[in-house]
Design a protein around this ligand. Structure first.
Ligand code: TRP
Length: 342
C-alpha cells in the first residue's frame, strides 16, 4: 500500500471508504494486493466498506446470482477481518442516499469528462451490445459513494485512480459553486512492492485476474485445499530449476512473492531454504503455505454463511450507520442546491 499517513492524535480520525463489486470470486491477487490490508486499517481510521451492487448492474447480471454473490462478498469481507463493530460494512443498494447524491453530482459532471474515462471505453468495447447510460455515469455514482462520507482516503487499485481524480474534480467544482460541502478525497493506491502485484499462474507476465478464461491461472480465496495445491503444482515456470529471484523468471518471482507474503520470509531467506531443491518441492511448499494461510478465512467464511440471521443483522445495522453519516451530507447538498425543505 502507499504509505498511510498516521492519524494525528486529538484530531478526528481520518475516514477511509472503499467499495468492492459483488461479481465473481475474490482472487489471491485481490487478497494480497488489497483486502488483507483493510483489517489493520480499522485500528487507526474510521473505515467504511461497501459491497457495490448498484455498480454491478452496469453489466447485465443474473438476479439470483447477484443476490447470492452480494451476500458472499459481504461475508468474505468479514471473514478477511473487517469487523462490523469497528467499521461500517454495508450494501450499497440499502442506502438510497447514494442514488440521490449521484443525481445531484451528475449535474456538476461534464459529458466530456465521462467520455474520457478509460474504464468506460474498455467496458463499452467489451460489452458492445449493452453500452447503457449507467455504464457511462458509473463514475458519478462512485463519486457519490466517496463524497457522502466526507472520505479522506480511498484504497483502490491503480485502475481506479482516474475515477478518484474525477471525484476530486467534481467535489472541487461543487464546493466552488455552492460553498464547501465535501472533503477532498485522496486515492490510496497499492504499491507494486513485494506481494502487491500477483501474476497469473499460467501466464506470469499477466496480472492474476478472476476474469481469466483459464481458471488454473487464478486462485480464489475460497478454493478447496486440493484445488489450490493442484493450481500451484501446475504453475508455469522457467526451465532453470533454481529458486532465485531474477529478471525474466516471472513465474518463480511470482511464486516467491506469494510465499513471502504467507510465511513472512524475505526473498534471500526463501532462496536459501530451497537451495539445491527442485521446482516441484517449491511449488508444493507455496501451495501448502497458501492453504494454511487461507484456512482461517475459509473457516470463518463457512461459519458466517451458516448464520444468515447474523449476517442479516450486520448488514442491516451497517446500512443504518451508513445512512446516519450520509444523511447529514445529503441534507447539506440539498440545502446548498436550493431545494425547498420538506
Ligand atoms: N469502481 C470500483 C471498482 O470497480 C468499485 C467502487 C465503487 C469503489 N464505488 C467505490 C471503490 C468507491 C472505491 C470507492 O473496483
Amino acid at each position: 500500500m502507499a504509505e498511510t499517513p498516521a492519524a494525528p492524535q486529538g484530531e478526528r480520525k481520518k475516514i477511509i471508504f472503499s467499495g468492492i463489486q459483488p461479481t465473481g470470486v475474490f482472487t489471491l491477487g485481490n487478497y494480497i494486493g488489497a483486502i488483507r490490508h483493510w483489517g489493520p486499517l480499522q485500528e487507526e481510521y474510521r473505515c467504511i466498506y461497501c459491497v457495490v451492487d448498484l455498480h454491478a448492474i452496469t453489466v447485465r447480471q443474473d438476479p439470483a446470482a447477484l443476490r447470492r454473490r452480494t451476500l458472499e462478498a459481504y461475508a468474505l469481507l468479514m471473514a478477511c477481518g473487517l469487523d462490523p463493530e469497528k467499521s461500517i460494512l454495508f450494501i450499497q443498494s440499502h442506502n438510497p442516499h447514494h442514488n440521490q447524491c449521484a443525481w445531484a453530482l451528475s449535474c456538476s459532471t461534464q459529458f466530456g469528462e465521462l467520455s474520457r474515462m478509460t474504464q468506460f471505453k474498455d467496458k463499452a468495447a467489451r460489452y458492445a451490445d449493452n453500452i447503457n447510460a449507467g455504464l457511462f455515469t458509473y463514475p458519478v455514482l462512485m463519486a457519490a459513494d466517496i463524497l457522502l462520507y466526507q472520505t479522506d482516503l480511498v484504497p483502490v487499485g491503480e485502475d481506479q485512480r482516474q475515477h478518484v481524480e474525477l471525484t476530486r474534480d467534481i467535489a472541487g467544482r461543487f464546493n466552488g459553486a455552492f460553498g464547501t460541502t465535501f472533503t477532498m478525497p485522496e486515492a490510496l493506491i497499492s504499491r507494486s512492492e513485494e506481494g502487491a502485484r500477483i501474476m497469473s499462474l499460467q501466464d506470469p507476465t499477466r496480472k492474476m485476474s478472476k476474469s481469466d478464461p483459464n481458471p488454473k491461472g487464478f486462485v480464489s480465496i475460497l478454493d478447496e485445499p486440493s484445488v489450490i495445491m493442484k493450481k500451484f503444482r501446475g504453475a508455469v515456470t522457467d526451465s532453470e530449476a533454481q529458486v532465485a529471484y531474477a529478471p525474466g523468471k516471472d513465474g518463480i518471482n511470482n511464486l516467491m512473492r506469494i510465499y513471502s507474503v504467507f510465511t513472512g520470509r524475505d526473498l534471500p531467506a526463501i532462496q536459501e531454504e530451497f537451495a539445491g531443491k527442485g521446482y516441484g518441492d517449491f511449488k508444493s511448499a507455496v501451495g501448502e503455505a497458501v492453504v494454511q494461510g487461507l484456512a482461517p478465512i475459509q473457516n470463518r467464511y463457512k461459519e458466517l454463511m451458516e448464520d444468515k440471521a447474523y449476517l442479516e443483522r450486520c448488514y442491516q445495522e451497517g446500512a443504518q450507520k451508513a445512512m446516519s453519516v450520509s444523511g447529514r451530507t445529503l441534507e447539506k447538498v440539498y440545502k446548498r442546491l436550493g431545494f425547498l425543505h420538506k
